[in-house]
Every structure is written in C-alpha cells, then in structure tokens.
Design a binder for this molecule. Structure first.
Ligand code: PXL
Length: 292
C-alpha cells in the first residue's frame, strides 16, 4: 500500500524508560501506517509508577509555541490525540490544538489514575480541568478509575452491573464527549472494555481475559491501537476489539518472558510490545464485539 498517512499530533509525555506514553504511541502508530508528530508535555527519565525519584522537565510553555509554529506553516493535523499532561494549563493548550484543527478527529485519553487511585503527580486542579478536555473530544478513553473521576464518583468501582456500565457511558457522553470508551471494567463476572457511540446510540463491549499483573503503559497501548484502527477506517467497536486483541497478545508474550511471580522491578518496565508490532502492520479486518 502506498498512500499519504494520516497525520496525528500526539500530545503526551516522553518517558525514557518504562514503556509508556510517546515511547509506545510513536512506534504503534507508525506500524499502523499513521504519521505520529510528538508534542511532548514533559520529559521524564522514567514514568511515575515505580522508579523512585525520576528526573523531570515540564514543557508547558513549549506547547503553545509549537502550535504557533504549525499555524504559521498552515500545517494541519488529521487527528489530535492527547494523554498525560504535566500541568492544568496544558488543558488550555490541548483545547487550542483542538480548535486550530477543526476537521481533526479529537481524541482525549484523560490520563489521571488507575486501580482506584490518582497518579502521584496529578493535582486535584489538573483532574478537575481534565473534564473540560474530555467534554470537548470526539472520543475519550478513560479506564474505569478515570471514568469515575470524570463523573465525581468513587474512583474505586470494583463491580458494575450492565446497567451501571451503560449509565457511566451515557453520563460521560451527556457531559460532552462524542464517543465514550471505558477500559478495564469488571462486572457480572467478566472483564470488559466498553463503548458508546453517541451518534448512533449504540452500546458495545468486548470481554477480555484478565491477567493479574499491573503494567504501566497499558492504556497508552490500547488507545494508540484504537486511534490507529479508526484512522484506518475501522468502526469503533471493532477498533476496541482490535486494541484488546493486540494487548492480550503483547501481555501474554511479556509474561512468557518474566517469572510467574514477577515483581515491580520487572513489571515497571512495561509491556514488551516490540516483538509483537508485526501484528499491527496490515490487518484491518473485522473484530468481535457484543452489543449490550
Ligand atoms: O501510562 C500512563 C502514564 C503516562 N505518563 C507517565 C506516567 C504514566 C503512569 O504512571 O507516569 C509519566
């Protein structure tokens, strides 16, 4: 295939080790035939989940100057995809990227926390402002902790009925987001990634096999495969399923390389996805999901 790839502004941090944010987003989007243009929100020696005191440079002031440059070039993006932000002010700059690219697919991954708790660098102000960004996006991809935070619910949501899953999706869409995806939901005995397409009023979900290990960067891998799939013309529920299939393959390939009782020193290095990239090269087929 030879064509001009979709051009995506990727507004995320650049963490040197630990496989999250730009270090997974760039290779995944490239493998899927999407051009990924990094707009780093911060540079860190490592992510915040298990490496102790990392070195960090906040790049808040860099973002508007990069946008001014792109405006002066009349350079537009087909997609604007935001994730980990280093300050509340960066919400304004992401919103500026959204307005400067009115035709773009606007994706906000409201990175704020996991497993029922906020990440350690996330201030209440940043979490509050993240709602504004989510409300302005065409697609949002919170995990269940972040979804609850966006709805001012208890971030710990260990077991949801199908009705409650739908209620969470619907309320997030009512607040402003277009399509809503929630990852890592547990309910009625199964683990699911779930979604709601506001334009057609359809709820879908994809059950997945849960592996009881916590890897940083899981959400970044999931949303990158989802974004790459959508930019390649795959419908949202199939894109969800494809992202889940890639994650399952990459996580089981990682677990095969680690001891059964892998400790934080091993899991903090993230999902070893490099051996699995081939799976993303050309396949844009249909993937299973269920309506609910
Ligand atoms: O994957 C989420 C993420 C992104 N960026 C940084 C993080 C985390 C999660 O801990 O620390 C810097």
């Amino acid at each position: 295939m030879n064509r001009i790839p979709a051009k995506t502004a990727a507004i995320h941090d650049l963490s040197g080790i630990g496989r999250c944010s730009l270090t997974v987003i760039l290779p995944i989007l490239s493998a899927m035939g999407v051009q990924a243009c990094p707009i780093p929100t911060a540079v860190l020696s490592a992510h915040t989940g298990g490496f102790g005191d990392m070195a960090m440079r906040d790049l808040t002031d860099y973002i508007p100057s990069a946008l001014e440059h792109y405006k002066s070039l009349n350079s537009r993006f087909d997609c604007v995809y935001s994730g980990y932000l280093a300050s509340a002010r960066q919400v304004d700059y992401c919103l500026d990227f959204f307005s400067a690219n009115p035709a773009a697919l606007k994706v906000a991954d409201p990175v704020m926390g996991d497993n029922g708790a906020p990440y350690r660098m996330h201030t209440p102000e940043l979490c509050k402002r993240m709602k504004e960004l989510a409300n302005a996006a065409d697609i949002i991809t919170p995990n269940i902790t972040e979804a609850a935070m966006l709805l001012d619910e208890n971030p710990l949501q260990p077991d949801l009925s199908s009705e409650k899953m739908k209620e969470f999706l619907l309320r997030l869409a009512e607040q402003g987001a277009g399509s809503v995806v929630i990852t890592s939901v547990f309910g009625e005995g199964k683990h699911y990634n779930i979604c709601y397409e506001k334009a057609i009023g359809k709820f879908s979900r994809v059950p997945y096999t849960h592996i009881d290990k916590c890897f940083p960067g899981t959400g970044d891998i999931f949303t990158s495969v989802l974004v790459g799939s959508i930019l390649n013309g795959v419908a949202l529920p199939s894109a969800l399923s494809r992202a889940a299939a890639f994650l399952e393959a990459a996580i089981s390939s990682t677990c095969a390389l680690l001891p059964d009782n892998a400790c934080l020193t091993e899991t903090r290095e993230g999902i070893i996805f490099e051996n699995c990239l081939e799976q993303l090269f050309s396949d844009t087929g249909l993937y299973d999901y269920e309506e609910f």
